[in-house]
Ligand binder design. Structure first.
Ligand SMILES: [Zn+2]
Ligand SMILES: [Zn+2]
Length: 416
C-alpha cells in the first residue's frame, strides 16, 4: 500500500510533466487571446452544490462522487466537474455586479469514481471555460471556435465537431411528450436504464449505448425537430457564424445533454482513433443553471475538455513537441578549488538566466562528463587547476565534440 498509488490515479513524472505544461500553456494563451481569465476554485465543495448543479439523477451524482464527512460532520465532495464550482463562485463573489459577460477558464484535477480505462482516470484533468451573461448566438459560436482553435494549435486538425440544439424548456416539453408517445409501444424492449429514463428524462434514451435502444431510437423525434421559432432562429444564427468562421461541423440530432437546465447549443468533439470512447470534450449552453443554483436568471455557456484524452490523441498522432526541460550547461570541476569556483560560476550562470547544473555526488571528472552526457546538456564548462591559474575554462560543445579555452569572464557571453 505504501508504495502503490490508489487505482485510477497517475503520477505525472518529470519527462511527462513537460507535455502537460505545454498543453496548459497553449490553453492559457488561447484563452487570453479570446478575453477569458483564469478562475481557481476549491478542489472540494459542499456536496449539495453538485447534487443541485450537476443533477440528482445523473450518473455522476448517483454513482461517481468522492463524498465524505469532514471532522465537522459536513458532507464534502471532491469536485467531479468544474461548472458547478464556477457558478457558485460567480454567485458568491457577485461577479454579476461587474461588466458582463464574465468569461472564465480553469485547468485542474476532477474526481470521479469511475471504471479506469485507457485515458480514463479517477483523478483526471479538465480544461474548461464558462461564460455568464451572454445570450447572443455569436457567443455560442465563439465558445466552439475557442475549443477548435485550441485543438488546432496543438496540431489536432482531424477532429469532428458535432453540434445540436436542445431548445428552451418549452421545446423540451414538446420533445419529451413526443418521445414518450414514440417509445410507449416499445417500452418493454428498452434496457432497464432507459425504462427509468422514460418517465424522468426520455431525452436521454437517445444517448443510450445499448444496441437495442439505439435501434429503437433510430426513428425517434429529436429536439432539433421540435424547436420553437425563437430557438430555431438562435440555432440557425449559431450555424451561420460557424460557417462565417469556416469551422466545419456535423449536425448531430442524437447529441443530447441530459440535464434540464441545458438549453440551445450542445456540442461534442470527437477524435478518431483513441478507442471506443472517442469524445475529447464537449459543452453547451446552460441558461437554466445559475437560477437552479439559487442565482438570478443568467445565461451561461461553457465546455470542458479532458486533458488525458487530448494527451492520448497527441501521442497517437506524434504531435507532441520534444521539450528540452533539463539544464543546458553542466559544470565539470577537477579538484576542490575548481569545485568551489565552479559552484560560484554556477550561481552566476543561473542569475543570467542560463539553466545550469553540476555534480553533488563527489564524482570523478570522467564520471561528471558521463553524467553531463546523460542529462543531455548542450555544453560542458570544464574547470581544473591549470585552467584556474590561467583564469580560463574549457567550453565543450557536447554534440559537436569540439572544445576551446575561454576566459572565465566570457563564459556567460559565450553561452548566450
Ligand atoms: Zn424553444
Ligand atoms: Zn437503453
Amino acid at each position: 500500500m505504501l508504495t502503490t498509488r490508489p487505482r485510477g490515479t497517475a503520477d505525472i513524472l518529470p519527462g511527462q510533466v513537460e507535455k502537460w505544461q505545454y498543453i496548459e500553456e497553449v490553453a492559457a494563451r488561447v484563452c487570453r487571446e479570446y478575453g477569458y481569465r483564469e478562475i481557481r476554485t476549491p478542489i472540494f465543495e459542499h456536496t449539495e452544490l453538485f447534487v443541485r448543479g450537476v443533477g440528482e439523477s445523473t450518473d455522476i451524482v448517483e454513482k461517481e462522487m468522492y463524498t465524505f464527512q469532514d471532522r465537522g460532520q459536513r458532507s464534502i465532495t471532491l469536485r467531479p466537474e468544474g461548472t458547478a464550482s464556477v457558478v457558485r463562485a460567480y454567485l458568491e463573489n457577485k461577479l454579476y455586479a461587474g461588466p458582463l459577460p464574465v468569461k472564465t477558464y480553469y485547468i485542474g484535477p476532477m474526481f470521479r469514481y469511475d471504471r479506469p480505462q485507457a485515458g480514463r482516470y479517477r483523478q483526471f484533468h479538465q480544461f474548461g471555460i464558462e461564460v455568464f451573461g451572454a445570450r447572443q448566438p455569436a457567443m455560442d459560436a465563439e465558445v466552439m471556435a475557442l475549443a477548435m482553435d485550441f485543438y488546432g494549435r496543438l496540431g489536432l486538425d482531424d477532429l469532428e465537431l458535432h453540434i445540436n440544439s436542445l431548445g428552451c424548456p418549452a421545446c423540451r416539453n414538446v420533445v419529451r411528450e413526443r418521445l414518450q408517445q414514440f417509445f410507449r409501444p416499445v417500452l418493454g424492449e428498452l434496457c432497464p436504464n432507459c425504462q427509468g429514463r422514460y418517465e424522468r428524462n426520455p431525452l436521454r434514451i437517445l444517448d443510450c449505448k445499448s444496441n437495442r435502444c439505439t435501434e429503437l431510437a433510430l426513428e425517434a423525434p429529436t429536439t432539433a425537430d421540435c424547436l420553437c421559432p425563437r430557438c430555431r432562429e438562435h440555432f440557425e444564427q449559431v450555424q451561420q457564424y460557424m460557417r462565417d468562421l469556416d469551422i466545419p461541423y456535423v449536425l448531430d440530432k442524437r447529441l443530447v445533454r441530459g440535464l434540464d437546465y441545458y438549453t440551445h447549443t450542445a456540442f461534442e468533439i470527437m477524435a478518431p482513433g483513441i478507442g471506443a470512447q472517442s469524445s475529447v470534450g464537449g459543452g453547451g449552453r446552460y441558461d437554466g443553471l445559475v437560477e437552479a443554483c439559487g442565482g438570478p436568471p443568467t445565461p451561461g455557456i461553457g465546455f470542458a475538455l479532458g486533458l488525458e484524452r487530448i494527451l492520448l490523441a497527441l501521442e497517437k498522432r506524434g504531435k507532441l513537441p520534444v521539450v528540452q526541460a533539463g539544464p543546458e550547461v553542466f559544470l565539470v570541476a577537477v579538484g576542490d578549488r575548481a569545485y568551489r569556483e565552479s559552484f560560484s560560476l554556477l550561481a552566476r550562470l543561473r542569475a543570467a538566466g542560463i539553466a545550469a547544473d553540476m555534480d553533488y555526488q563527489g564524482r570523478s571528472p570522467k564520471a561528471q562528463m558521463k553524467y553531463a552526457g546523460k542529462l543531455g546538456v548542450r555544453y560542458a564548462v570544464i574547470m581544473g587547476e591549470e585552467e584556474l591559474q590561467r583564469g580560463s575554462v574549457v567550453l565543450r560543445d557536447m554534440a559537436a565534440g569540439s572544445q576551446r579555452d575561454i576566459p572565465v569572464g566570457e563564459v556567460i557571453g559565450a553561452l548566450k
